[in-house]
Design a protein around this ligand. Sequence first.
Ligand SMILES: *[C@@H]1O[C@H](CO)[C@@H](O)[C@H](O)[C@H]1NC(C)=O
Ligand SMILES: *[C@@H]1O[C@H](CO)[C@@H](O)[C@H](O)[C@H]1NC(C)=O
Ligand SMILES: *[C@@H]1O[C@H](CO)[C@@H](O)[C@H](O)[C@H]1NC(C)=O
Ligand SMILES: *[C@@H]1O[C@H](CO)[C@@H](O)[C@H](O)[C@H]1NC(C)=O
Length: 444
Amino acid sequence: MKLIQYHQIQNFAARTHHQQNRPPYTTATTTTTTIPKDHSRCSPYVVVATFFISLLFILSLLSTSTSQLLTIRRDPALFPNRPVSLATVPYGPTPPSIAYLISGSAGDSGRILRLLFASYHPRNQYLLHLDLSAPQTERDRLAVNVLSVPIFRAAQNVDVIGKSNYAYRRGSSTISSTLHGASILLRLSSNWDWFIALNAGDYPLITQDDLLHILSYLPKNLNFVNHSSYIDWKESKRLKPIIVDTGHYLLEKDEVFYVTQKRLLPNAFKLFSGSRFTMLTRAFIEFCILGTDNLPRTLLMYLANMPYPFANYFPTILCNTDKFKRTVINHSLQYVTSNISSSKKPSSINSAEFDAMVWSGDAFATEFQFDDPVLDRIDQKVLKRKRDRVVPGGWCLGVPKNDTCSVWGDADILRPGPGAKRLEKRIVGLLSDVRFRSQQCPDE
Ligand SMILES: *[C@@H]1O[C@H](CO)[C@@H](O)[C@H](O)[C@H]1NC(C)=O
Ligand SMILES: *[C@@H]1O[C@H](CO)[C@@H](O)[C@H](O)[C@H]1NC(C)=O
Ligand SMILES: *[C@@H]1O[C@H](CO)[C@@H](O)[C@H](O)[C@H]1NC(C)=O
Ligand SMILES: *[C@@H]1O[C@H](CO)[C@@H](O)[C@H](O)[C@H]1NC(C)=O
């Protein structure tokens, strides 16, 4: 894997957006840049033309490498560079960090960007993936949009996968692309604690300050995964057919197809089903990707031709491995909306439904359409987020009139709100449930 940095894009973004009142880039951060320093005086058209020519050039160079990331460099003007006095650090454990993989398909870059803003925190690590059904131009545009946000550039924690994979919901290519993302995240940062794979249709119901605050009080070995070992006739109807996922070997978009024969359920391991959404620990992700136990790989082979296998992969590995069996909590902290949908007019969103969703105490909800009015309501009522801005947290020190998050404090300082109370109640409920132990990967 090759890590390539698009300095040209970065320079383009730096010169065309929000940068008038910031110090120029120091040469230390952009040593390989090809745009001379006096370019800031050139007309924007020249800069744009230079950018596209450089971009084409880079893309032609990159077409042979195995994997590319559009990486963002730290912006010295924004990154907190002064030590924070100890007196201001409130008592409490150090907050954890979360690695997010945000994936989408053709036409999803708008939803991905919005989800990134809504779930952003400088402590976390973000990797964006637009699958192969989206044109390369959309992927490039997403990268440029990300780079044009000074905060993302400053914290250096948002990357875009440049050369992507197909991820068909129906087939196993979703598993391979999720593992690909997770393995890049393992390399990008050595200190995240949980891994969350988000889809473009997901949205947070609490702020990152809330989530990190509550997680900082939990053992770092808990995996939040809906799982069930009960396989009824409906499930077994889903698990027995054999399919072929064309996403593994065709460059053109094609559908998965079914084979006429069926197979028996496995008995070398116990199959579990679960939900697409999970919150997994770093130790478990390392076990799946770097581990010496072979189950993660044999299971990958087995699931390669099963329909909708993504919801089976992680629960089955967790529950068949002694090391992780007792770390599973039977809930992924995701709310699945049933009645709230974009097909309705904003005025007809039922308040009771909205409240039920927010008060569930779950960290995320699914599934929302592009610019769903419900999302505006979540932004306004729950996240206190303005359009195209990140959610303000304890690290934002600016005045509300200017963008508060354009002035950084210490990212370790969290300012949890009511969302933290809701999540706390939810997790306390899950842990104190009398069925808690009996719901951990039962043998029966
Ligand atoms: C997970 O299980 C809970 C009930 O335990 C359910 O309310 C929730 O919708 C499930 N989530 C998913 C994504 O299936
Ligand atoms: C969905 O809406 C219908 C009618 O509008 C209502 O009867 C039902 O209880 C709602 N379901 C949920 C889960 O809120
Ligand atoms: C708001 O931003 C402007 C320009 O970016 C700056 O001159 C001004 O001092 C800021 N206001 C406050 C109160 O910080
Ligand atoms: C997890 O919760 C779901 C929904 O409450 C339930 O159907 C399932 O059986 C539980 N899993 C286990 C392993 O008990």
